[in-house]
Design a protein around this ligand. Structure first.
Ligand code: FPP
Length: 247
């Protein structure tokens, strides 16, 4: 596994990698532990993945940390996840700073508990000038929510006569999404063996390469990211064209 990194062509890196971190609960259950134990160990995988992506030169890493649907989990688990977020953002702030990594978040953040929201905003504010990589946490996020919000924004602009319906195109629509200004993810990774998108970045992944790993998120390591990128670089991305048109 160790020479996988050397197989990566650094000139053809995906600019943006998105990850659906799945399987924390099952990982813990397998070990006879509470689900929260899985989330705590999931943080280790978050750290590894962030470090590996930044070292390689990936510009954006987006992690699906909490979906709009996750509120329906047992209250104790939701609370534990929210405090884990506060703890992690605070604890990792110095590492983010040392490594010149900018923190951002997408999702309906105002619905987060106040202390989680505040910790997140503090992390975002303190890292806003960092340039090496942007780590985006998707929190209380769902792609359908985001698309509806963008639609409302555009409709409002049209109502106020600041936008004509014929001016709505891919660029204006992308700019109304919470990922405005970010390149679309070229590679989407999901762990735990499930092969679903689960309401994640539906607009942005139109042409992303998908890579599923049969392991649970707490077991995800740098080598898995390298493997996904090597695989990504060996795929032919045609964007609707024929192979011959690409050469
Ligand atoms: C999926 O596993 C994981 C989550 C919904 C939460 C992810 C959170 C972390 C890794 C910790 C905090 C993250 C950051 C970025 C600080 P699951 O609970 O759906 O597992 P299951 O499918 O086996 O039940």
């Amino acid at each position: 596994m160790s020479d996988l990194k050397s197989k990566i062509d650094l000139n053809k890196l995906p600019q943006h990698v998105a990850v659906i971190m799945d399987g924390n609960g099952r990982w813990a259950k397998q070990k006879g532990k509470l689900r929260v134990f899985g989330h705590r160990n999931g943080v280790k995988a978050v750290r590894e993945t962030t470090e590996a992506a930044a070292e390689l030169g990936v510009k954006y890493l987006t992690l699906y940390a909490f979906s709009t649907e996750n509120w329906s989990r047992p209250q104790t688990e939701v609370n534990a996840l929210m405090s884990l977020l506060i703890k992690t953002v605070r604890k990792e702030l110095s590492t983010l700073t040392k490594n010149n990594i900018r923190l951002q978040a997408i999702g309906d953040l105002t619905k987060l508990p106040k202390d989680t929201y505040n910790a997140l905003m503090e992390g975002i504010e303190k890292t806003k000038h960092h340039t090496r990589m942007t780590l985006v946490l998707a929190l209380n996020y769902s792609a359908k929510w985001e698309i509806l919000e963008a639609s409302k924004k555009l409709a409002q602009a049209a109502k106020e006569n600041n936008l004509q319906p014929e001016d709505i195109n891919e660029a204006t629509f992308s700019n109304a999404l919470s990922t405005a200004g970010m390149p679309d993810p070229e590679l989407l990774i999901r762990t735990s063996g499930e092969q679903r998108i689960s309401n994640f970045l539906l607009w942005q992944i139109a042409y992303a390469e998908l890579r599923f790993f049969p392991i649970f998120w707490p077991d995800f390591r740098k080598e898995h990211l390298y493997e996904a990128i090597v695989d990504f670089q060996n795929r032919e991305r045609r964007f609707g064209k024929t192979s011959e048109q690409l050469t």
